[in-house]
Ligand binder design. Structure first.
Ligand code: MF3
Ligand code: CO
Ligand code: CO
Length: 283
């Protein structure tokens, strides 16, 4: 399988869409507090996106009824914003933002932690973000490889990502969700390939400059197993234990990756320094 390689003009449009998606998370952050309903979060994000001249991609996507996904506690993904669902001080919530700007998509999510979340759940959230960064870093070259001229480097493969994520999750005994995956993204919301977050012996396609896709691990405190409610969307952990998720839209570059949906808070974080540095620094 060969993945589409975006040209410079397309990349510029994806950057703009991705930047807008990440700015929605930055905009909503101060509002994510105990007492707010997930519907209120939806409405604020919807207005911000429309005011920016973009479209909230989830709205009416395969019948999805709202503009963002809000996945609280044991909800793995695709939670539907609701006015009866009010944030408690002990809750976590993933807010997943996708926008369409000038025909191009940006997709990103973050799990927010309320002030009285238990330490084991705070750790789950932090380590899930670590899983995302491990996955991203796995797409970067080791020092020895990076020293070669760009055309001579051995390509990284798609399954390098899931291997890195799974290893990090295993270290803590967490469940890695298998039935929801990252995806190619560009002038459509979801395109091949499936970006799996677990280990696989199938190498998958080579990653080449210009490829664009998401990485979005869902990591569970308990079992990886989940079921979908009769609303056709909301996925819940089978054991009722919490699930966390972080997502970025990524561009493969000559030298590694560009995280198109990076937020300002991440730019001087140790995580982003990992990704900017060669893989050897990670070990
Ligand atoms: N944003 C989700 C993803 O990361 C997809 C949401 S589809 C929806 O791929 F219909 F639920 F919005
Ligand atoms: Co996605
Ligand atoms: Co998403």
């Amino acid at each position: 399988m060969k993945l589409p390689r975006r040209n410079a003009k397309d990349v510029e449009k994806m950057r703009a869409a991705a930047r807008l998606a990440s700015s929605v998370l930055e905009f909503i952050e101060p509002q994510v507090q105990p007492g707010i309903s997930t519907l209120a979060l939806n409405d604020l994000c919807h207005e911000f996106i429309v005011d920016a001249g973009a479209y909230p991609s989830p709205l009416n996507y395969n019948g999805f009824p709202k503009s963002i996904c809000t996945s609280r506690n044991e909800v793995v993904c695709h939670g539907i914003p609701n006015d009866r669902e009010v944030m408690l001080p002990t809750d976590i919530v993933n807010i997943d933002i996708t926008v369409t700007l000038d025909g191009w998509f940006g997709d990103t999510s973050k799990t927010f932690v309320m002030p009285e979340v238990s330490p084991d759940v705070v750790a789950l959230v932090e380590r899930t973000q670590a899983c995302l960064y491990r996955g991203i870093a796995a797409m970067c070259f080791e020092a020895e490889e990076l020293a070669k001229p760009a055309g001579r480097r051995r390509y990284r493969r798609l399954n390098d990502i899931g291997r890195a994520i799974h290893a990090e999750a295993d270290r803590h005994g967490y469940g890695v969700v298998r039935n929801f995956v990252g995806h190619g993204i560009g002038d459509a919301f979801h395109t091949p390939p499936n970006v799996i977050h677990y280990r696989s012996s199938q190498r998958g396609p080579a990653l080449k400059p210009g490829n664009t896709f998401t990485i979005e691990p869902m990591i569970n405190l308990g079992t990886h197993r989940n079921r979908t409610l009769s609303d056709g969307w909301t996925a819940l952990t089978e054991d009722g234990l919490p699930s966390a998720q972080f997502e970025h839209t990524i561009l493969v570059t000559e030298d590694g990756v560009e995280v198109l949906t990076a937020r300002h808070e991440e730019s001087d974080s140790p995580w982003m320094r990992y990704v900017d540095s060669v893989r050897e620094d990670l070990k």
